[in-house]
Design a protein around this ligand. Structure first.
Ligand code: IPD
Ligand code: CA
Ligand code: CA
Ligand code: CA
Length: 260
């Protein structure tokens, strides 16, 4: 493969997302939502999730020929068996329940892996019009500004993003972790949670996630000195669902010590 210009690709995908935001805002204004349940009333999909995935995949296909795609709303599920070559991982709307109920707090996420190595990640907070993007070869940006590493705070010095079901059902030590933090926040979009941690507004987050929920964050967050692992501290498998923990170095250590 000829040398890939990640800076140029970062620019192109940033523009694709800017255009995508205009498309989504227009759709939200003009089209009534057609909502269906996937596994139950908390797990929704709308026509916009599906249309947006199609649009994004079409636009991204033009950037690197012969890329593969992994997207949440793929009609026929033919899961990728490996991450050979260039693979785009797309979550067309992250936080669909928020999209439907709040019209806020949802993200669009795109990640580019090449032979399993994370190269570029993009998380767009649609309603706040912010995109955090970049990767190991191009720095990490908040729109057009370099994003500095967040302060490495302890768990006891910050807010912790947790999932509602984990807290209410006492799963994965969520109440214990909440008690040792300054407080829990339940946002309902993995992408927005990753953004808050990268911006230094929370010290951590964990939730049961699918590859498209953590693919972009798993590229961006480590470049800012944050740690992303499974909840037992092991390395993530990019093709599997797991309980993913992202946190400052100190809070990550605090959490692993607590649940040991
Ligand atoms: C969901 C959100 C939510 C997380 C769920 C995800 P979706 O994504 O990220 O915060 O708790 O596990 O499925 O389905 O709205 O794209
Ligand atoms: Ca979903
Ligand atoms: Ca998602
Ligand atoms: Ca989604």
């Amino acid at each position: 493969m000829t040398e890939i210009d990640f800076k140029a690709i970062d620019k192109k995908v940033y523009q694709i997302l800017k255009d995508d935001r205009s498309y989504l805002l227009e759709q939200m204004k003009t089209e009534p939502l057609s909502i269906s349940e996937k596994t139950g009333p908390r797990d929704l999909v709308t026509q916009i999730d599906k249309l947006n995935q199609k649009r994004l995949i079409q636009a991204l296909s033009a950037i690197i020929p012969n890329s593969s795609f992994l997207g949440e709303e793929t009609a026929k599920v033919s899961p990728l068996e490996d991450l050979k070559g260039p693979v785009w991982i797309v979550d067309p709307i992250d936080g669909t329940l928020n999209f439907v109920k709040q019209r806020d707090n949802f993200a669009v996420m795109i990640a580019l892996y090449i032979d399993g190595i994370g190269k570029l990640g993009f998380i767009m907070d649609v309603m706040n019009d912010v995109i955090i993007h970049g990767g190991p070869d191009v720095n990490i940006w908040r729109d057009n500004d370099i994003l500095e590493d967040p302060v490495d705070l302890d768990l006891s010095d910050g807010l912790m993003g947790l999932s509602g079901p984990m807290l209410s059902r006492n799963l994965n030590y969520a109440p214990l972790v909440e008690q040792h933090s300054l407080g829990a926040r339940v946002i309902g979009s993995a992408g927005i949670e990753f953004m808050r941690i990268m911006e230094g507004r929370q010290v951590g987050y964990y939730s049961k996630l699918q590859p498209w929920d953590f693919a972009a964050g798993n590229i961006l967050a480590p470049e800012l000195g944050l740690v992303v692992t499974n909840l037992d501290g092991s390395k993530l498998d990019m093709l599997k669902s797991s309980v993913v923990l992202v946190a400052t170095k100190k809070a990550h250590k605090d959490i692993l010590n607590l649940i040991d």
